[in-house]
Design a protein around this ligand. Structure first.
Ligand SMILES: NC(=O)c1ccc[n+]([C@@H]2O[C@H](COP(=O)([O-])OP(=O)(O)OC[C@H]3O[C@@H](n4cnc5c(N)ncnc54)[C@H](OP(=O)(O)O)[C@@H]3O)[C@@H](O)[C@H]2O)c1
Length: 350
């Protein structure tokens, strides 16, 4: 039988549109699988990669962080997957720079430790919203020792426990505030923290209160509310738990000003940010920027993701908005992503 043909949405130069064309069919090395992609998702990071070439190590480039599809082949030392398995996977082009590790292709290499079986009742377009946000959430919550996010910027180290399959999850007596409860990474962090027994208070648009609560938030506050800082301080205090800190998934000057005002009243804590943290944080605030590719997530991928999806303990949220079918639609998805989304993830079916 003739080998299948691969195609990719190539970026040949920063600031130019993607070009769909032939690509070599990747092979799986040790600890890797090749996935025949059925759906890929689009993230804000991808728009920066296209615009300015940030993180691109090799031209022309194939980027994109997450895929859902069927295992096409497995490399040596892979025993959790077989050809034909339905899976989701977190792609690592961001760190490896290799084109075969980018999502925007018909076939992509994924480390087996960053993949999980997708239960039969979940579609590929739903499942593909999970991988990048899930690993980002674990990086935001569970690192024990600060690492390097980028030169001169350390990662946060909140050392919170991994999510558990226990239902209901027993409380561990800790409260976290998540700024951006309706964003992709903020809503997944809400689900993951809730599944770790943490009391979660989020900040989202008023139209997304119910959405954030469906991810596990105990209380949600409107980011446009002028008294939001006081309300969050009151809610954290009333929770009666130890205040862990804030995961700021929005990381803008406004949200940072609110974060620091909250810390000033609550005696400091951890500030995990999706971008470099503010300069000059007080000594009682341990601030860092998450970097969403880290082996800290391996036990979660191996032991938690599939049964959690099966049981509905982790839901495929925010829901996908399918932009179209075919690699040609990735460019359209990137354009829509730049325009901004609310409680949704842009997905391209293949
Ligand atoms: N460092 C890393 O490893 C890493 C990993 C993943 C993502 N990121 C970064 O994290 C950020 C979020 O990514 P994402 O994919 O989760 O974004 P997203 O889903 O595209 O974010 C959209 C959401 O942001 C919310 N939002 C906007 N302004 C807000 C504010 N002031 N307060 C609260 N919520 C606000 C909107 O809420 P409403 O519609 O409810 O108003 C909307 O639902 C991006 O900048 C991304 O580049 C970094």
């Amino acid at each position: 039988m003739a080998a299948p043909k691969n195609q990719a949405a190539w970026l040949t130069k920063a600031g130019t549109p993607l070009e769909v064309g032939d690509a070599p069919l990747p092979t799986a090395g040790p600890g890797e699988i090749v996935i025949k992609n059925a759906a890929v998702a689009i993230n804000p990071l991808d728009t920066h990669m296209q615009d300015v070439g940030v993180f691109v190590q090799q031209w022309p480039a194939i980027f994109g962080c997450e895929v859902a599809g069927v295992v096409h082949s497995t490399g040596p030392d892979v025993d959790r997957f077989r050809k034909g398995d339905r899976v989701i996977g977190h792609t690592v082009n961001l760190v490896s720079g290799r084109p075969q590790d980018g999502a925007y292709a018909l076939y992509t290499v994924v480390p087996a430790d960053k993949a999980a079986i997708l239960p039969d009742h979940i579609s590929f377009t739903d499942g593909v919203v999970v991988p990048f946000a899930l690993e980002g959430a674990v990086c935001a919550l569970s690192l024990k020792v600060p690492g390097v996010a980028m030169p001169g910027v350390s990662t946060p180290a909140l050392a919170l426990p991994y999510p558990s399959l226990q239902d209901p999850t027993p409380s561990i007596g800790k409260t976290i505030v998540i700024y951006g409860g309706s964003s992709s990474i903020g809503s997944m962090a809400t689900q993951v923290a809730t599944a770790a027994g943490i009391h979660v208070i989020t900040v989202a648009g008023a139209h997304n209160f119910e959405f954030s609560k469906s991810c596990g938030a105990a209380q949600v506050f409107d980011h446009k509310d002028p008294s939001i800082v006081d309300k969050i301080i009151e809610a954290v205090t009333k929770s009666g738990n130890v205040f862990v800190g804030i995961f700021d998934a929005i990381a803008s000057p406004d949200t940072y000003a609110h974060d620091l005002a909250i810390f000033a009243k609550l005696g400091g804590g951890h500030l995990a940010c999706s971008h470099p943290p503010p300069a000059d944080v007080p000594e009682n605030v341990k601030a860092g920027m998450i970097f969403a590719v880290n082996d800290i997530a391996t036990p979660v991928w191996k032991e938690f993701v599939t049964p959690a999806l099966q049981a509905g303990k982790i839901k495929c949220l925010p829901p996908p908005l399918v932009v179209g079918k075919g690699l040609e639609y990735v460019q359209e998805g990137l354009k829509k992503c730049k325009a901004g989304v609310s409680a949704t993830k842009l997905v391209v079916e293949l």
